[in-house]
Design a protein around this ligand. Structure first.
Ligand code: GZL
Length: 330
């Protein structure tokens, strides 16, 4: 909206000043009636993230009436803060933020609010204390994402069903510290460890949600002679790396070590079907259509829901079919 206003003012000034587009046409013939969205994306650390970016590009396309400007923060919060300030300076109509971690957004979101630019948060949450729940007096208009604690609880429940009272030694590959996905999934495992004294946590580190770091950590644990029965990987890419490390050490994932993971990418579901991953909890990245619908609501002057949790499932080899895997959108 703001972007269009600036263009219209420029067009009026041109008409008054007699200026014209290079081809002599008046500038309003090239008027760009698109909704301009600045999207601060975490990075490109995982299959999930890339699917999330593609979903936003497909939904917020020029054909659908949008101009999408994406900034890849390479998993650094300070780059996201700079990107948001640039979007404010550019006078975009909306800002979409996929926050790296929950803390530290007060100042820059206050600047967006002062500039009158609605902010839509997707995927992970920001510090909830910034939200009063009342539309309009908040630092963000609405949030669309996942319930990460519920996801973690599903994985813990599956492990309880799989192992019963049998003692197990657990390796925990965490996501980026302070990200909602890590906070929620880790809290569930901590509760599971408290509830199951026969479970032992033998190693826990952040694998940054990346395949390379996941492999590196498991290789280090194996080299240190740490014995373990379960790998609790907080996303599929770290699970892929763990599986490579196990295979390189002559171990059989799914037989020597049980793996639970999150995201349920198509590639990971192939590994569930092959028995390499025991259980995979879906984390749906396809937020593009949801963001498009929210912006269209706001354009109509309607107030969207403050919080929208996306529908998500979970898979082990029992409930998995070829057509289900082939039908996956990511
Ligand atoms: C979860 C998302 C996480 C994914 C990872 O919503 O934030 O970040 O689980 C991604 O794959 O890197």
């Amino acid at each position: 909206m703001k972007f269009r206003l600036i263009l219209m003012l420029l067009a009026v000034l041109c008409l008054l000043g007699g200026c014209a587009a290079p081809d002599g046409a008046t500038t309003d013939e090239g008027y760009d009636d698109l909704i301009v969205v600045g999207f601060s994306q975490v990075g490109a650390e995982s299959d999930w993230r890339n699917a999330n970016t593609r979903s936003m590009q497909q939904a917020l396309s020029a054909e659908n009436g949008f101009r999408l400007i994406i900034d890849d923060a390479q998993q650094k919060k300070e780059r996201q803060i700079t990107a948001i300030r640039n979007f404010i300076h550019q006078g975009v109509d909306y800002i979409v933020l996929a926050p790296t971690t929950e803390d530290g957004w007060e100042t820059v979101l206050g600047e967006a609010k002062a500039a009158g630019i609605p902010v839509i948060i997707i995927d992970r949450m920001i510090d909830r204390s910034l939200a009063t729940g009342e539309p309009g007096d908040d630092l963000f208009t609405c949030w669309i994402g996942s319930d990460f604690t519920r996801q973690g609880n599903a994985a813990v429940a599956w492990l309880e069903g799989r192992f019963g009272s049998t003692p197990v030694r657990i390796v925990h590959l965490q996501g980026n510290y302070g990200s909602s996905a890590q906070v929620g999934r880790s809290a569930s495992l901590d509760e599971g460890l408290r509830r199951n004294p026969q479970w032992t946590l033998v190693a826990r580190d952040s694998g940054d949600f990346t395949q390379a770091k996941g492999q590196e950590l498991v290789e280090a644990y194996l080299a240190q002679g740490i014995g373990f029965d379960v790998i609790f990987a907080e996303n599929d890419n770290m699970a892929y790396g763990a599986i490579d490390a196990l295979k390189n050490a002559g171990l059989t994932p799914g037989k020597d070590v049980t793996i639970v993971s999150f995201d349920a990418n198509r590639k990971a579901l192939e590994m569930v079907a092959a028995g390499e991953i025991g259980f995979d909890v879906e984390c749906n990245p396809l937020h593009g259509p949801r963001v498009k619908a929210v912006i269209e609501q706001l354009e109509r002057g309607e107030a969207p829901l403050k919080y929208t949790y996306v529908e998500e499932s979970a898979f082990d080899s029992q409930g998995l079919s070829r057509e289900l895997i082939d039908s996956r959108g990511y």
